[in-house]
Structures are given as C-alpha cells and as structure tokens.
Design a protein around this ligand. Sequence first.
Ligand SMILES: NC(=O)c1ccc[n+]([C@@H]2O[C@H](COP(=O)([O-])OP(=O)(O)OC[C@H]3O[C@@H](n4cnc5c(N)ncnc54)[C@H](OP(=O)(O)O)[C@@H]3O)[C@@H](O)[C@H]2O)c1
Length: 342
Amino acid sequence: MKNKTSSKPVVAILGATGAVGTQMLRIMEERQFEVENIKLLAHASEAGKEYIFCGKKYVVEEAKENSFDDVDITLIAVESDISRMFMPSILKNGAVAIDNSSAFRLNDDVPLVVPEVNPEDIYKHKGIIANPNCSTIIGIVAVNEIYKYAGIKRMVVSTYQAVSGAGIRGIEELKNQTIDVLNNKGAENKVFQHEIAFNIIPHIDSFEDNGYTKEEMKMYNEGRKILHDDKIGISCTCARVPVLRSHSESITIETEKELSIEKVRELLSDAKGVKLVDDPENNIYPMPIDTSGQDLIYVGRIRKDYTKENSISLWCCGDQIRKGAATNAVQIAELLVKSLRN
Ligand SMILES: NC(=O)c1ccc[n+]([C@@H]2O[C@H](COP(=O)([O-])OP(=O)(O)OC[C@H]3O[C@@H](n4cnc5c(N)ncnc54)[C@H](OP(=O)(O)O)[C@@H]3O)[C@@H](O)[C@H]2O)c1
C-alpha cells in the first residue's frame, strides 16, 4: 500500500456515478471490503454528487491526472478511451487497476480474471487486471465445471442482453420508449440502433469483417484467454432485448468426453458461483427477473442436444452489472488485498 501505516488500501472508483460504478460501491459495502479511504471519481458534470459508504458521506470529485496519487487500487467503470487516458496516472508508483472496459483485456501482460475460474492469473499482473465482458463472465461461470470435467470442443451461444448493459442511458431509453410507444408517440433512438421497446435488436457493438460483432467476438477471444484454451470453438450471436437487468444465454456445448445429464446436474449443483434452477415440469428455470440484484449465475433447461453426440444444451441468466462487472471486480480486489498482506 502507498500509505505504509495502514494495511487497508485507498480505493478509487473511476466512473463512480455510472451503472457499474454505483454498484461497485454498494457491493464493497455488502462484502465489508475494508478501505483506508475511498475516492469517487467521475466526469466533471457529476462532481459534487454524494454517496454514503458504510455510514459515511463521500463526495464525487472530477477525475484528474493527479486524482490517483494516493490511491492503491482503482476500480475502473468507464469506457475504454477514458480508461486508456487515465491509465498512466493510475499505475504511477506501483498502484493496481482493475478495469471493466475492454481496453486492455487481450494484452498479453494483462490477466483476464473470473475469480471462480482462473483466480491464480491475478498474481501475474503488471499493474492492470482486466474484468472480462459481462456475457463472457456469465457464460464461462455457467460452463466452467463441465469444461473441467469433460472438456469442451465447441460452444454455440446466443445472448439476450438487458438494456442496462449499455449503462444508465440504456435503462432510460427503454423506460422512455416504452411510455412513448404505449402513448402512441414516436420513439426516439439515442442509445440503440433501433427502437428497443417491444423489439429485439440482433446487434451489439460494431460489425467486424467476418460478419460477427465485436461483442460476439469478445466471447470467443476472452473465453479462450480465461480458460487458457486456444482450441475451443465459440460461436456467439448477441441480441439486445427489452429487459432492464440481467443477461440470459442459450448455450449448446459439445464436450470431449461423454456426459450424462445427471452428471451435468451434479457438477452444476456444486459449481462455484452457480445455482442450479432446473425443474421444467414445475415451470422452474432461470429468468432475468429472478437473477437481478444478486451474484449467482442461474443455470437450467439442461438437456441432451439430440442432434449431436456428446452435446448438451442449457440456459443461464446472471446480473451483468453485479457478477458481470462490479462484483467480479470487487472479488478481484479482495484477492489482491489478501495477496498484498501475505
Ligand atoms: N453496464 C454493464 O452491464 C456493464 C457490464 C460489464 C462491463 N461494463 C463496462 O463498464 C464500464 C462502465 O459502464 P457503465 O454501464 O457503468 O456506463 P455508464 O452508466 O454510462 O457510466 C459511465 C461512467 O463514466 C463516467 N465518465 C464519463 N466520462 C468520464 C470522464 N472523462 N472522466 C471520468 N468519468 C467519466 C460517467 O459520468 P457521466 O455520466 O458524467 O458521463 C459515468 O459515471 C464500461 O467500460 C462498460 O463497457 C458495463
């Protein structure tokens, strides 16, 4: 720690007023993350806003280059360009950044960590630890035990992503458009490419030359990096749906080894970060409305894919602002503090 008299870190949240940043503060409080001090940093327009953390009032400051001088760990909850801009100031004097943006995720010297899957990678950091893409975290936590037990050759994933994946402005757009459409007024698209109210948009982030979007290729590139497996095939389609919070995913997995459905259930009932929710006869399966506001990835609708050998289909949902972003980052920070103390 920069402050040698304390074993507790000074933590900054960069983007403290956004969907992920506000959640980070709440999760640190819930998990009783001990800090020497916490700095809430955001755009100048948000300076002066007040938040309560562990019974004490903190005022948001404008993020400037010198804001990080006394900070040990910065949790980054801003877009990639802003993360890149502040990174040299954040890393000054041996501090660590845990970055939710995609700016550094695929750099060789930046570990990409899901604590339930590859916690040991944290210790390879050279200042930056990256938090993976939210859909990737949800999908990889869901299949991790299956991967470890039976190996995965290929995954075909379709995501159904909530509007809050696009931040606070995404939530506002769905709410406003829903009211406008119900009142027969024309809906205005500011955040999404098309009207999102009562619609599904099969397009998240920009298109690449191969016909996939950047968001879809994140599942492929980041999934391989987290699992340390450059043979696994991952084909993904990402869609934005008019759901406020929690992403859902349909996943079909081809395993190396044969695997019974009973074994999959057994593996998932013990899997870290997973809750098995699979009783279709009683209409019980994961839904975004049930996964919002908590950290477990719910997995259900587990069945054999009858069109292919060694193939299983499942459905999972998870709160992408919590486990897909803020909680994952705070879990990394906890491991980091533990390692600094040892
Ligand atoms: N939302 C999700 O589900 C999710 C999941 C995983 C990862 N992420 C990633 O997490 C990051 C934050 O996303 P979000 O959804 O929380 O976005 P958001 O709700 O739009 O919040 C972004 C935050 O960044 C602040 N900001 C903008 N420009 C800034 C500047 N120059 N200096 C300091 N702060 C600035 C914003 O302040 P103003 O409001 O004043 O502009 C706001 O506090 C992004 O990289 C995103 O890709 C998001």
